[in-house]
Design a protein around this ligand. Structure first.
Ligand SMILES: Nc1ncnc2c1ncn2[C@@H]1O[C@H](COP(=O)(O)OP(=O)(O)OP(=O)(O)O)[C@@H](O)[C@H]1O
Ligand SMILES: [Mg+2]
Length: 234
């Protein structure tokens, strides 16, 4: 009789570290390789900064090229914002380690092709899609959003990239995403939040879902410093 395969322990799962100080310890060292994770939160909570830092660290610390796919036209603004943290995106684009693509949100059929080409061109291992909210606004129903995202995550698995997608949620929302369906098709959800008390503002994060990962679901403080995001050590 054939022996049952040994159970997979977390040691057999390859992880993709973000390299962001204090964060990786919350997810057993990194995101599961080839998974898709939703970075969700209200406006100005640090989603784009987190994603940029993930890509820059990928190149600088782990030798992994990346692609940033934006649905927002203001790519110059992105370069400007990144430079404030010392991340010279143009330098990485020039050296062929970073691809930055802008895609018309209304052209979702072409979107897969652009993505595939860009990932192949730079040999990307990491991908950011910022944001899925614009993507969703172009579709008529939550059902369509779910189907499109499902197709997308299937394509991404085939392309062997570890993906962060952002989702903007409304201030008063208690949900994990804008359309209430995105969280079901991804492997993980990280929720960012900002709360204010008088003149004090505090930023927090919570891992809400992370397949194949032990997580405590706690709420952890984070800060935006001059070199990017940082999670406070215990
Ligand atoms: N150098 C800095 N130091 C501290 N905080 C900063 C700095 N630069 C930007 N911020 C803060 O970062 C936040 C914006 O971060 P980011 O663009 O990542 O947010 P976001 O979640 O992507 O927002 P949106 O949903 O609007 O795209 C702002 O609240 C701003 O106050
Ligand atoms: Mg953003």
């Amino acid at each position: 009789m054939a022996k049952a395969p040994a159970p997979k322990t977390s040691k057999t799962i390859k992880r993709v570290p973000t390299g962001i100080p204090g964060f990786d310890g919350l997810v057993e060292g990194g995101f599961v390789q080839n998974s898709s994770v939703l970075i969700s939160g209200g406006t100005g909570t640090g989603k784009t900064i987190f994603c940029l830092q993930y890509l820059i660290n990928g190149i600088e610390k782990y030798g992994e090229p990346g692609v940033f796919l934006s649905f927002e036209e203001d790519i110059e603004g992105l370069h400007r914002d990144a430079l404030r943290f010392g991340w010279d995106l143009k330098k990485y684009v020039k050296s062929g380690k970073l691809g930055i693509a802008y895609e018309e949100p209304y052209n979702l059929d072409k979107f897969g092709e652009v993505l595939e080409r860009e990932i192949e061109r730079v040999g990307a291992k990491r991908l950011v899609i910022d944001s899925t909210t614009v993507f969703g606004l172009c579709l008529d129903s939550a059902h369509e959003v779910r189907m499109k995202l499902f197709d997308l995550t299937r394509l991404l698995r085939k392309l062997n990239v570890t993906t962060l997608m952002t989702a903007e949620i409304l201030e008063e929302s208690k949900g994990l995403s804008r359309f209430g369906v995105e969280e079901f098709v991804v492997d993980g959800v990280v929720l960012f939040n900002v709360t204010s008390m008088g003149s004090e503002m505090s930023r927090t994060s919570q891992i809400r879902k992370m397949r194949s990962t032990k997580m405590d679901g706690g709420i952890y403080s984070m800060e935006i410093k001059k070199n990017g995001l940082i999670w406070q050590a215990e």
